[in-house]
Design a binder for this molecule. Structure first.
Ligand code: 9MR
Length: 378
């Protein structure tokens, strides 16, 4: 017995380079553990995932992620498909999933030009509604939805994608009918419904200097009017050759200097060539399928995968460098199988943008990210 114990202790000393075994901190083996104390590491969930039908996904999500956001079930067309008729069943399941697993739950999204219900902008005769009516509809939607989850949803993407790449306001129907005040009103209504919830502005291509300036201008104006805004979400649908990391960093720094939290909210790194000119996430910008822009139908060649891993690592190095500003990094999905990137900006391609493969197996990048986080001091 004595001999066995001494052998065990000797082996232990050897393995840990002389440090006593028990004094050594437990090594992180999951993303959730590795990024603890740095920022939340999150994922968007689709229906099969939060409903628990997809058992493989369920295992990965619970183990690896500390935050979730709904990929689609909280968009206005789903929550209020008919005026005054709210359907919370699905979103309730999503929120309960997050609570059960002690995750930070983000609501996405209250006011967005896309995935809106048909009735929202028109009256019963199909005529465009007045400014007053649309404001009232916004108020009712936001009050009802945010009120329903009061105290449970900790952060809301209040307004999504209201600024164009050049910094001007997107000429959405909200903008055309109400004017730029629709943004301020959305934040005010959300704050009235849950004074403790964090409120965010969320957008894509936030690295572009024009967009950065437009968002900074808009947030400063909200702040000057005394409107509560707690964070800015940089979506992060990135590619192998865009954005330049320097541009991404400049935006992180510019947004943080407004005194708000910065979040990377919809991260995925496409491994495929982007059709010329298409680097955003505006869902209307689709391009035609061509065989040569779908080159990896049977898997990524090793050199492409290596470059893809390095690029992911570069992004995470940047995020860790700014962990005093960044509170959450959320991937836009769990596995490549369910990623929207297989159909955007070109339908029917085979893309590899996420951390888990089509069978929910962790890609090599997962352990590399865990090691990277472990090497970064708190
Ligand atoms: O990933 C979402 C996809 O399943 C939907 O079909 C699409 C519809 O507009 O929305 C996707 O999510 C978007 C997100 O809500 C806002 N930023 C861009 C995302 C990708 O389009």
């Amino acid at each position: 017995m004595k001999l066995f114990i001494s052998i065990a202790v000797a082996g232990c000393l050897l393995m840990l380079g002389g440090e006593p075994c028990l004094a050594k901190e437990k090594k992180a083996t999951t993303l959730r553990e590795a990024f603890k104390g740095k920022f939340y590491i999150g994922t968007a969930l689709n229906r099969a995932q939060y409903m628990g039908y997809d058992t493989k996904a369920d295992e990965v999500v619970k183990k690896q992620f500390s935050a979730i956001v709904a990929e689609n079930c909280m968009k206005s067309e789903n929550l209020q498909p008919q005026e005054g008729k709210f359907f919370f069943d699905e979103a309730d399941k999503f929120v309960a999933y997050g609570e059960k697993n002690k995750m930070f739950v983000t609501g996405h999204t209250l006011i967005w030009h896309s995935q809106t219900p048909r009735w929202l902008f028109v009256d019963k005769d199909g005529k465009e509604v007045s400014r007053e009516v649309l404001i009232e509809r916004m108020r009712n939607h936001i009050h009802t939805v945010v009120g329903h989850y009061k105290g449970r949803i900790k952060g809301w993407d209040v307004v999504n994608e209201a600024i164009e790449d050049d910094g001007s306001f997107r000429k959405s129907r909200f903008y055309k009918i109400i004017g730029e005040d629709f943004i301020k009103l959305a934040f005010q209504f959300a704050h009235e419904a849950d004074p403790d919830a964090e409120l965010y502005y969320n957008d894509y291509s936030m690295y572009l200097p024009g967009k950065r300036e437009g968002v900074v201008r808009m947030v400063k104006s909200l702040q000057a009017q005394g409107v509560k805004i707690d964070g800015i979400g940089m979506q992060g649908h990135v590619g192998m050759d865009y954005p330049a990391l320097e541009d991404e960093e400049n935006s992180i720094v510019a947004f943080a200097s407004l005194g708000v939290k910065v979040m990377i909210t919809e991260l995925d790194l496409s491994a495929l060539p982007a059709p010329k000119g298409n680097r955003g996430a505006n869902i209307a910008d689709v391009a035609a399928y061509q065989e040569q822009i779908n080159p990896y139908k049977k898997g990524l060649p090793a050199n492409v995968e290596a470059a893809w891993e390095n690029r992911y690592l570069d992004f995470f190095k940047l995020f860790l460098k700014h962990k005093d500003k960044i509170t959450r990094v959320t991937l836009w999905g769990v596995s490549d199988k369910g990623s929207w990137k297989n159909n955007f900006p070109v339908r029917g391609r085979t893309d590899y943008p996420l951390l888990f493969d089509r069978d929910y197996k962790a890609k090599n990048i997962v352990s590399k990210l865990i090691n990277l986080a472990a090497q970064t001091k708190q």
